[in-house]
Ligand binder design. Structure first.
Ligand code: TYD
Ligand code: MG
Length: 434
């Protein structure tokens, strides 16, 4: 830390530096360091006094049964992602792009199990309108329309002392970007505010045994101090993902102190809020569309197999730098696969614009879809379609080889259920013959 009590914190990974620099050494991100003021009242010569913490023998530590006693959220998909329900006293960071449906899902959660909705972003009236629209009972909600973190902590503290007013089942803080603490100098949404407010909420949750959901907005560019910074402070980190104009959303756990991070929850956005998508409905193929530029695949997300359609549009480019627009697959992956297609299938993609998307607005991370991406590019370039029974599954290597993917049997089974079968392709070059 520098003399005047400031540090520079990376808004992407949370690493701290004493001086400003263009690139974060921790994660390699450029221009992500933000100045954070520390409120230090220490004078030269002050001795820091610290309460003594005793060493404990682990075998003598009493287990509270909090971790085993879970509360159901009464939303099956939500419970799965959390690992069989909510752990009392835990703090969950609920992150996602603006407009993706964070407030909607958490409103539905409170509507099911009851709780306190702390709305710094919306007025009580706006929350009431949403609650009614979603067909939830307003009686389940208490609303605290504030963006001052002290008020939230005070409220919870007074509940802990006052037996007449019950502790809320869950507290939803929507969102952390608008909360602020009076004694932190910088404005709401800054790194120092976000960190301090989260810290106070975590502290209160642990001390008072109340479960807190903290909403955090992430932007694609990551220019707003984001939830990445908070991941180490909370127990569970959930990301709510999807293409905003598509219907489907995936809820993923990227960190879970009380369970695995392999599960995902799948939802569909409707005019009545988010509906759970279960079992055999995991078919995201757009029927009845032209099949030129389309290739089917089965992805595995959180142990669940889903039939997904990859769509590609390859058109001659009239700009010196051809366009690459990908939605639903990570940009770097899309670029890599475009390069493999260019090299191995000899498609002159350097003079073509490439648009890639995943039908249904799903965001996928499974590399098992690689082969389908290349197959879709080939289909669009060649203006030909595949049999509607053909399914492409395989991870593609830089050299154009096809690697086996995990969960092959599950994927095979899902294809069979939907009357299709996986193509046997060992090298990307073989796509020409399929
Ligand atoms: P919201 O939950 O406000 O997003 P976030 O809190 O992540 O910013 O949801 C925003 C979008 O969801 C909005 O564009 C409208 C849509 N929506 C529905 O389609 N159906 C609904 O029942 C609700 C409440 C919202
Ligand atoms: Mg919102």
């Amino acid at each position: 830390m520098s003399k005047n009590g400031t540090v520079f914190v990376c808004s992407s990974c949370g690493n701290e530096f004493s001086k400003w620099q263009g690139q974060c050494f921790g994660c390699g991100e450029w221009n992500s360091l933000k100045e954070v003021k520390r409120l230090l009242k220490k004078k030269k010569g002050d001795r820091i006094r610290v309460a003594k913490t005793e060493v404990v023998e682990l075998s003598k530590v009493k287990k509270s049964n909090n971790c085993s006693k879970r509360i159901s959220s009464k939303i099956g998909e939500f419970d799965n992602v959390l690992g069989k329900g909510i752990v009392p006293g835990s703090v969950v960071l609920f992150a996602g792009e603006p407009g993706i449906g964070k407030s909607t899902l958490l409103t539905q959660l409170v509507g099911k199990i009851g709780g306190l909705y702390v709305g710094g972003e919306e007025s009580a009236e706006q929350i009431r309108i949403r609650v009614d629209r979603l067909g939830l009972k307003a009686e389940k909600f208490e609303v605290l329309p504030t963006n001052r973190v002290e008020e939230v902590v005070d409220e919870l503290e007074s509940r802990a002392l006052n037996l007449e007013k019950k502790m809320p089942g869950v507290v939803v803080v929507d969102s952390i970007q608008v909360m602020n603490a009076a004694d932190v100098v910088s404005g709401a949404g800054s790194v120092s505010q976000i960190r301090e407010c989260t810290f106070r909420l975590v502290e209160a949750a642990k001390r008072l045994g109340v479960t807190v959901f903290v909403v955090g907005h992430v932007t694609k560019g990551g220019d707003i101090a984001g939830p990445k910074l908070l991941e180490h402070m909370v127990d569970v980190v959930l990301y709510f993902e999807g293409e905003k104009n598509g219907d489907f959303r995936i809820l993923r756990a990227v960190k879970n102190r009380f369970g695995s991070t392999d599960e995902v929850g799948i939802f569909k956005m409707t005019d009545k809020g988010l509906l759970e998508v279960r079992g055999e409905e995991l078919n995201f193929v757009e029927e009845g569309e032209s099949k030129i530029g389309s290739a089917l695949t089965v992805v595995l997300e959180g142990g669940r197999a889903m039939m997904v359609e990859i769509q590609a549009l390859v058109t001659e480019s009239f700009s010196p730098v051809p366009k690459r627009i990908f939605s639903g697959i990570p940009y770097a992956r899309g670029q890599l696969l475009t390069a493999v297609a260019q090299k191995v299938l000899s498609i002159p993609l350097y003079k073509y614009d490439v648009y890639l998307s995943v039908a249904g607005g799903l965001k996928i991370q499974d590399t098992g879809a690689d082969l389908a991406v290349i197959a879709a590019l080939w289909s669009s370039y060649k203006n030909r379609s595949y049999s509607d029974k053909a399914v492409f599954v395989g991870e593609v290597s830089l050299l154009g080889g096809v690697r086996k993917v995990r969960g092959l049997e599950k994927r095979e089974k899902e294809s069979k259920i939907l009357g299709r079968s996986l193509l046997k392709i060992n090298k990307v070059g073989e796509i020409r013959n399929s």
